[in-house]
Design a protein around this ligand. Structure first.
Ligand SMILES: [Zn+2]
Length: 157
């Protein structure tokens, strides 16, 4: 596998994305995923792949943004849990996933990249509720993006 360069990186050259907040160092975008309303990404502007490519103050700055996104999502969506993940195996450009999770979402309690529950028993042995098999959850529509943007601005300036 060839190493991805900034030239063909989809995070350096996004086709389209909904930016909720940005400051030139990083940006917070809302992922368009109806099954995971409120799924955000915190994306470093520079094309670097690992946290340890950054200086200590830069790492701290990035994490302040990740935690602000977590706090904003908790305030606006009140999910059962927040998942934070930095994988970058497919797109080796440093970014954090900030994912609101619900007990009845299609993968709970596993990661959203794991196999879907599909009505099978969930890991803790409990039967998933009916809604775990359908796309998204009933009544949980697209998040209020203006409110999310305001909640981020309130924390990050
Ligand atoms: Zn990139």
């Amino acid at each position: 596998m060839t190493k991805l360069t900034a030239m063909d990186c989809e995070l350096c050259n996004p086709a389209s994305e909904l930016v909720l907040w940005q400051d030139g160092f990083c940006r917070v975008t809302l992922v368009d995923d109806p099954e995971y309303p409120g799924f955000c990404r915190v994306i470093l502007e520079r094309h670097m792949s690992e946290m340890t490519d950054l200086s200590a103050p830069e790492r701290a700055r990035l994490m302040v943004t990740v935690f602000a996104a977590e706090a904003a999502l908790r305030e606006v969506l009140a999910p059962d849990k927040i998942n934070l993940a930095s994988l970058g195996n497919v797109v080796a450009h440093l970014h954090w996933h900030v994912i609101p999770r619900y007990r009845d979402d299609p993968h709970f309690p596993n990661s959203i990249w794991a196999q879907r529950n599909n009505g099978a028993k969930v890991a803790n042995g409990a039967e998933p509720r009916e809604s775990a098999t359908g796309p998204g959850a009933p009544g949980r529509g697209a998040p209020d993006t203006d409110r999310l943007a305001r909640a981020l601005k309130q924390r990050l300036g």
